[in-house]
Design a protein. Structure first.
Length: 583
């Protein structure tokens, strides 16, 4: 790291630094990160001056304390930037560090832009009372019981990240230079596309719509590669040529499909786009429909586009595949609500079995920024977006020797390879694993991480929450529906849904998530892990071990083999899982 150097003890130091970083970013068509540490008032003032000095106009503050006149969002609202582009994003950690919002906002910053992070001095950050603790803690545990392992790890990542500058309130600057960018790729032949990858993706979608039936296209890419744009470009071409009269698009949220609609409307002369549709004259040619409704009711459309498919549960995807003969799926390799690898594992076999051929295109070259972008590398490492389990050739032999054990989370936070293996397994197995789950895994006051490993290879993991143990008065209020304690799913359900007044008094170990490496399955490893968790719960004096999951034949059979008995089945399919909930 470059030696620290003194600068003026004002926000002007940050402005001068931001101007230089933005010029460097623009020259490379990449992004740069600027961390401003000190008091909240100074950091916010310095950030505003830095943005003005750098000439970055289209920006978003992720905070509830943005300066007057600035666009701001918090929580779920910050995720609405997915699919949009910004000149700069300001992550205000003084308002609480939400990993999901950090990832979403950072991914929206285009080449030539800056990612700003406002935080206390990095050495003090883990001891700072982060407001985000309120979301991580559960009833019965004070905010102070939430640890700061995630923040300590993040501070370490920031200090080590190339292309990241840290400016303190005292005017001290530390930075690591970004590596030189690789040479640019040759331009594509397609005038509407920015890369050859994107042109290939457009061609695959057109073929899915006009070629033989039941031969879907699957587009896989990291963020910023133009896969949603490819869907929109293909849609516009199909409609303009008359090959398709109407197209339906679905995604986990309407905002996730906004880029598809925008790109289609841009290439269709006279088209008008709204939040959920594109119209030509009086005719709707492209319409957004929620995935559960599309699976249930279908649509009068020749082609169905499924964006962010990895964030949609496999049962819903299966129903879409059954109902519609012409589909194109697009999914993010390392996403915020699901991954391309998990999509392949959960849905890939069914897709192959029920199709007459699948045309897969992987988009590697970024379009929102140039290759080798340091901010992308920073965010991937900070949020473990590219976390992967061990390779299959290492997992298979380890499975025979692996033994279940409870992890020391302090040690786990400092062991990057092991943490990546654990989180990678969870990401693959659970379609909605998010960066926020990483923070909960490390800091949740009632959580434990279990693994089965051998020779440094983690081949199975489980996330377990201690729940219940309410006193008689609190248990009665829960049973009566007066109180809904956050983070106590099993005891609350026993009290409310089954009418057991004493249910909330029981102390329970709930297995929230369990994942076994694909190369280590069908060897009893998952069952041994469940047995170890249950034995530990009994040894600690807990009355029961439970779980809740979206019912599939495979999962019901697994939990029955583990000795668990269903006590409640949801009447309706869950909107998120597409399956009936089982307790």
């Amino acid at each position: 790291m470059a030696a620290a150097r003194r600068k003026r003890s004002t926000a002007g130091a940050a402005a001068e630094l931001a101007r230089r970083l933005a010029a460097e970013a623009a020259a490379a068509r990449q992004r740069r990160a600027l961390v401003l540490t000190g008091t909240a008032a100074w950091a916010r003032r310095a950030a505003r001056e830095a943005l003005e000095a750098a000439g970055l106009r289209e920006r978003l503050w992720v905070t509830d304390a943005a300066p007057a006149g600035e666009r701001a969002a918090r929580g779920a609202a910050a995720l609405e930037v997915l699919g949009t582009e910004l000149d700069a994003a300001v992550i205000d950690a003084f308002a609480g560090l939400d990993p999901d919002a950090l990832g979403a906002a950072a991914g929206a910053v285009r080449g030539g832009g800056l990612l700003l992070l406002l935080a206390p001095p990095l050495d003090e950050w883990p001891r700072w009372p982060d407001p985000e603790r309120a979301r991580i803690t559960v009833a019965g545990h004070p905010r102070e019981s939430v640890t700061a392992r995630f923040l300590a790890r993040l501070a370490r990542v920031l200090r080590e990240a190339p292309g990241t500058a840290i400016c303190t309130e005292a005017g001290e600057v530390r930075e690591r230079p970004a590596p030189p960018p690789p040479p640019p790729a040759p331009p594509p032949d397609d005038p509407d596309c920015l890369t050859a990858d994107q042109a290939a993706a457009v061609a695959a979608v057109v073929r899915a719509a006009t070629g033989p039936r039941r031969r879907p296209a699957v587009l896989v890419a990291d963020r910023g590669r133009g896969k949603s744009a490819a869907l929109g470009i293909a849609c516009a071409r199909l409609i303009a040529s008359g090959a398709v009269g109407r197209v339906a698009v679905t995604a986990p949220r309407p905002e996730a499909a906004a880029a598809v609609l925008a790109h289609a409307a841009r290439l269709l002369p006279g088209a008008r786009a709204s939040r959920t549709a594109v119209r030509l004259g009086e005719r709707t040619v492209l319409a957004f429909l929620p995935p559960d409704r599309l699976a249930r009711e279908g649509a009068e459309a020749r082609l169905v586009l499924v964006d962010e498919a990895a964030a949609i549960p496999a049962p819903l995807l299966a129903r879409l595949l059954e109902r519609h003969a012409r589909l194109a799926f697009a999914t993010t390799v390392h996403g915020y609500e699901g991954t391309g690898r998990g999509f392949d594992l959960r849905f890939g076999p069914l897709l192959e079995a029920r199709s007459r051929g699948v045309h897969r295109v992987r988009l590697e070259t970024p379009v929102r920024w140039a290759p080798g972008d340091p901010v992308e590398a920073l965010v991937f490492r900070a949020l473990l977006l590219d976390a992967e389990p061990v390779p299959a050739e290492a997992a298979a032999p380890a499975a025979t020797r692996a033994r279940p054990a409870r992890e020391d989370r302090e040690a786990l936070a400092d062991d990057e390879p092991r943490l990546a293996q654990v989180f990678g397994l969870l990401v693959q197995a659970h379609y909605r694993t998010r960066p926020f789950d990483l923070r909960c895994l490390l800091d949740g006051p009632n959580l434990a991480v279990w693994t089965a490993a051998a020779g440094g290879a983690v081949v199975a993991t489980a996330l377990v929450a201690d729940e219940g143990g309410f006193d008689e008065a609190a248990a009665r209020r829960i049973w009566a529906g007066v109180r809904r304690p956050h983070g106590h799913l099993v005891p609350e359900s026993l009290a409310v849904h089954l009418g057991l007044e004493a249910g909330a008094r029981l102390r329970c170990a709930r297995i929230m998530r369990i994942a076994v490496h694909p190369a280590a399955r069908r060897r009893g490893l998952g069952l041994r892990l469940v047995e170890a968790v249950a034995a530990d719960a009994t040894a600690r004096g807990l009355e029961l071990t439970g779980t809740a999951f979206g019912a599939t034949p495979e999962l019901v059979a697994f939990w029955r083999r583990a000795g668990f008995v269903p006590v409640r089945v949801g009447v309706r399919r869950g909107t998120a899982s597409g399956a009936h909930a089982v307790l």
